[in-house]
Each structure stands twice: as structure tokens, then as C-alpha cells.
Design a protein around this ligand. Sequence first.
Ligand SMILES: Cc1cc2nc3c(=O)[nH]c(=O)nc-3n(C[C@H](O)[C@H](O)[C@H](O)COP(=O)(O)O)c2cc1C
Length: 203
Amino acid sequence: MPNRHFAQTQYPILSCLSQRWSPRAFDPARTVSDAVLHRLFEAARWSASSYNEQPWRFFLARREADAANYEKAIACLIEPNQAWARQAPVLVLTAVSTRFTHNNTPNRCAVHDLGLAVGNLSAQATHEGLCVHQMGGVLLEKMRETYGIPAGFDPFTAIAIGHPTSPAAVPENMRQMETAPRQRKALDDIVFGGQWESKSGIF
Ligand SMILES: Cc1cc2nc3c(=O)[nH]c(=O)nc-3n(C[C@H](O)[C@H](O)[C@H](O)COP(=O)(O)O)c2cc1C
């Protein structure tokens, strides 16, 4: 994996976080074993969630194992995402429950908790030497119809998983994004002290 994609962190962090990045160029020839997929979803499953609701649901599509199911998943992405994501050997679509099971009230934290679970999956994937690229660019109604997602659950995102490869593998108009330096806000811009936008004083 080319190191220039890894985060240049200001403080040392876990390698499964600093080495995470979102490629568009996936190597179509390198598959992901079931044993690895077991560990990715196990990592997601053990995420924290409000009231332990575990609101996340995942649809798994593996190109090698089930091409028809994989095409179903690809068809649920917006076209600009289809253009690069179909190189990835594994696609995952996500859905989230919108209400608590214990009292049927709206779960304000549901989407937050889906994100935590995908964060766990991403960290595990990075540890396994894989890359993950999340997508908000999905066709929500198509996902609902295609997968029979019932009332009480919302289709949400997609995730491409695989091994990265040369930027030459993506359409020309996307190559620049693949190699552009990665940017982050400064810590003082996201961590406040006693008032909105006041400095915390620790950085
Ligand atoms: C919820 C979510 C939705 C995203 N949607 C898309 C998308 O539809 N298409 C895309 O190419 N990248 C998408 N991304 C990837 C982001 O652009 C990427 O994470 C961001 O630029 C930071 O880059 P990094 O992940 O390499 O640190 C999405 C990421 C997240 C977390």
C-alpha cells in the first residue's frame, strides 16, 4: 500500500486509524476472503450504540461469489460512484432502524451509531491491509425496493472494500482526487473550550 496516502498526524495515533484512507482505485484482481469479512462484521457488531439498539443493518455483495447480487448493489449507487466502485471486490449497503425497539420512540442517535459501527469496520479493515470507501451517493428508493427494506428502517450508505491499486485504474477525471494531498481542519477549529470557537488550550 503506498504510504503517501497515510495521514500525517500531529500526534501519534493507532496505525489502523492513521493508515485508513478512501481510495477510488481498487484492485479488481484481489478478492477479500470470507474469514476477513467475518472479522470486519464482527468489529462492526461490537460497536457501542444508544440503549444497545444496534440499529445498523448491512447488505453484503461479493463480486466473485455472486455476480448477480453484486450487480444489484452496483445499481443502487449514483453513476459517478458506480464508475470507480465496480472495481472493488466487495460492496456493502447499509440501512438503519429509526426507532427504539424498547418503546418505539424515534432514535435520535441511530445514524450516529451506524457511523460508529462503520468506523469499527473501517479500523478492522485497515488492520487487515484493506481499504474502505464509504458512499453517501446512493439511490435510496432503489435500495429500499431492491432489498425489501421495511418501514421503520432507512436505507443509508454504501461501502466499497478491497485492496488499493494505481490511480491509473480509475477514470481520468478522478485521478487527481486519488493523488491529492489529504486535508484536515486544525484541532483548534474542532475542539473548543468553554465557549463556541474558544480555544481548549491543549493544542
Ligand atoms: C458518510 C460518507 C459518505 C461519503 N460519500 C462519498 C461518495 O458518495 N462518493 C465518494 O467518492 N466519496 C464519498 N465519501 C468519501 C469522502 O469523500 C472521504 O472520506 C473524505 O474525502 C476524506 O478522505 P479520507 O477518507 O481518505 O480520509 C464519503 C465518506 C463518508 C464518511
